[in-house]
Design a protein around this ligand. Structure first.
Ligand code: TYD
Length: 130
């Protein structure tokens, strides 16, 4: 299964819109961990790695940023996330880098596993070799 955008339900309401996600309808894995990045200085990049076993969904809860992904064949795609009702699903073995963060952007990451530094592949040459 490859990376893909997931559209979450959007309950439009004159009092303010509402979006939700729950297993298993919106997220193709059991969520074990949630983290977010914020206060990213202009021009900075985050990520720059793949995971051996971890699945992720990345959501721009606020603001915007780009996620540059490579699949195992080395094909590159760029997703501009700027709506809180879209998430980018990244299966294991997907190289990703987040860049072009807008001021006050908030990037939410849903992960299928606990933090494990041994699950990271940080060298793109190792990644393409694997
Ligand atoms: P990291 O995932 O390496 O960020 P990036 O890919 O953007 O460089 O995480 C940065 C640091 O935060 C790293 O030293 C470990 C720590 N960290 C945790 O302790 N728990 C977590 O769940 C995450 C995602 C990171």
């Amino acid at each position: 299964m490859s990376y893909r955008l997931i559209q979450f339900p959007k309950i439009v309401d004159p009092r303010g819109n509402l979006t939700f996600l729950q297993n298993p309808e919106q997220i193709p894995f059991q969520i074990e961990r949630v983290f977010w990045t914020y206060d990213v200085p202009g021009g900075e990049k985050r990520g720059g790695h793949s995971f051996k076993t971890q699945h992720e969904v990345i959501i721009a809860l606020s603001g915007s940023f780009d996620v540059v992904v490579f699949n195992e064949s080395g094909e590159k795609s760029t997703f501009s996330l700027n709506r809180s009702y879209f998430g980018l699903y990244l299966p294991p073995s997907t190289w990703r880098q987040m860049e072009n963060f807008s001021t006050n952007s908030l990037a939410l990451h849903l992960s299928s596993s606990l933090y494990d530094p041994n699950d990271y592949v940080r060298d793109i040459n190792d990644y393409l070799r694997l």
